[in-house]
Write a protein of this length. Structure first.
Length: 128
């Protein structure tokens, strides 16, 4: 997992601690550098300071939701590689992911996400 000669950095953004912790462990074991944020505002701040290679962005969070964060991220960092993630029930989740795609998410994933599906999505964006 390299981006140039450096370890690829992934920013995980989710309001649920257990999801952040699980993704941090899984991605770190796969050789990625991992930063985590619990809301969209933290994500924007971390993106500014760490310039991650890929962002895994939950859509429904307090403080600043994923839609607003994605909109701002695309304004400030038009080349940001964002994977939008949502559970939110089947219809609500599908609608949220369509909206995220229209706001500039490169890929979308429905929760729960299988490990190999997640890793394949990350690899796809890293190769793009």
């Amino acid at each position: 997992m390299t981006s140039g000669s450096n370890v690829a950095k992934i920013l995980v953004v989710d309001d649920r601690q257990e999801i952040r912790d699980t993704l941090r462990q899984v991605l770190a074991r796969c050789g990625f550098g991992v930063e985590v944020a619990s809301n969209g505002q933290e994500a924007i701040d971390l993106y500014r300071s760490t310039q991650p290679d890929v962002v895994l962005l939950d859509m429904f969070m307090p403080v600043m939701n994923g839609f607003d964060a994605l909109f701002l991220m695309r304004q400030e960092f038009p080349k940001a590689k964002v994977i939008a993630v949502s559970g939110g029930g089947s219809n609500m989740g599908a609608d949220a992911l369509r909206e995220a795609r229209s706001l500039g998410a490169r890929l979308t994933l429905q929760k729960p996400v299988a490990r190999d599906v997640l890793l394949a999505a990350i690899e796809q964006l890293l190769a793009a």
